[in-house]
Design a protein around this ligand. Structure first.
Ligand code: NAD
Length: 368
């Protein structure tokens, strides 16, 4: 039995629950990591090969992300074993069974993640009245449509540029992964005078040192096409997006895209992490030594979870933008300041700041 406690450390996890429901054949795991800051918010991931280990690591990431964002929420996560592309009726049965199984776990608020979406959250809401990331018809704020994460990323970028003594107007940006996060980040930064000189998606890259038209690229993507169908610039392969010289490089696609084998190819001054863990720890250390500032994912891409929290507390879309701007600006400033004064990477500074916030909240509770 002892190995069941192998994850236990100074923060959590508070609970690991294995769920099996025979009539639907639901198999799921819920990890509630830490509740000191409030009920946990974390996504429901559906995939055939999920595990306790993955679920715990994602729950811990949510504890730190929610605390770093300054939200009144702890961290949790859940995983459901299954193919997310299964027949919709089967998926509904599984999600409703899952919702019912967690109905008494008041410390966990479900949100969408890989393999689940706003419709799944509507089923959870229907069963137990507790979820975020809902369709607009039942009070949801459509965060991908409005570009909540891209908006937060642009606010963080403005702060990081100012901290480095650089102007955002006229700065050259490159976006790897022109999807929900990437395209909106390009749009909001474009509104502040930045120039998009490269963008990529799963099909390849388009580049133009004189600038790409963000609106035209967005229209292509919204029509289901690739950035490589643009006639505005030179078309290159997907990997070439790493080599494009710029002031701000924005990874907004996949994890681990910058590693020891390609980090030296980057020619940029600032990396704004839209994707989760896009740079390996070793590569982040190399960048730090070279004076390239990498604003970590859970500070820069917190716009989505901040928006979900505003939704949960009954706020509006306009209110969400205001809270995202205020919190992300404040947290980016705090992290970069700490990184400078302590001579540590921004990620180290951000993790320390988040852990301190969780511990401070724990000190206010009898049990956390
Ligand atoms: P998305 O599916 O809308 O967009 C991803 C884009 O990346 C697509 O255009 C896709 O073609 C492209 N892509 C896929 N593989 C690629 C590759 N190898 N090289 C270049 N481009 C590639 O997804 P999203 O919601 O924008 O999320 C992007 C990343 O940001 C993910 O890592 C996600 O976990 C993270 N994230 C998203 C949010 C959010 O609010 N959506 C919040 C926090 C973090």
């Amino acid at each position: 039995m002892e190995e069941l406690f192998s994850y236990a450390d100074d923060l959590g996890p508070a609970k690991i629950i294995h769920i099996y429901e025979p009539s639907s054949t639901l198999k799921a795991i819920l990890v509630i990591d830490n509740l000191a800051c409030g009920p946990s918010i974390g996504g429901v991931r559906m995939a055939p090969d999920v595990s306790v280990d993955e679920c715990f690591r994602l729950a811990r990431a949510m504890t730190l992300k929610n605390a770093a964002a300054g939200l009144p929420h702890g961290g949790g996560k859940s995983v459901i074993f299954g193919d997310p592309k299964m027949a919709p009726a089967d998926k509904e049965k599984l999600i409703r069974a899952f919702a019912w199984a967690i109905k008494d776990e008041q410390g966990y608020i479900a949100g969408p993640d890989m393999g689940t979406d706003e419709v799944c959250m509507a089923w959870v809401q229907d069963e137990i009245g507790r979820s975020v990331g809902l369709p607009p018809e039942i009070g949801g704020i459509p965060l991908d449509e409005i570009g909540a994460t891209g908006f937060g990323l642009s606010a963080a970028t403005e702060v990081a540029m100012a901290a480095a003594g650089m102007e955002l107007a006229g700065a050259r940006i490159v976006v790897q992964g022109f999807g929900s996060v990437g395209k909106h980040a390009a749009r909001f930064l474009g509104d502040k005078g930045a120039i998009l000189v490269g963008a990529s998606d799963s099909k390849g890259t388009v580049a133009n040192p004189a600038g790409l038209d963000v609106g035209r690229l967005m229209a292509l993507k919204d029509a289901g096409q690739s950035v490589t169908e643009s006639t505005d610039g030179e078309i290159l392969d997907g990997d070439a997006v790493i080599d494009i010289e710029c002031d701000i490089w924005i990874p907004a696609a996949r994890p681990d895209v910058i590693r020891m084998d390609n980090v030296e190819r980057l020619r940029t001054k600032l990396i704004m992490q839209g994707a989760n863990i896009p740079v390996t720890a070793e590569a982040e250390a190399v960048l730090h030594d070279k004076g390239v500032v990498a604003v970590p994912d859970f500070i820069a891409n917190a716009g989505g979870v901040i928006c979900a929290s505003v939704e949960y507390h009954g706020g509006t879309q306009a209110g969400a933008f205001q809270v995202i701007e205020e919190k992300i600006r404040h947290n980016t400033e705090a992290v970069l300041q700490r990184s400078r004064t302590e001579g540590v990477t921004p990620r180290r500074a951000a993790v320390d700041l988040a852990r301190e916030r969780v511990r401070a909240a724990m000190a206010l509770r009898r049990w956390s």
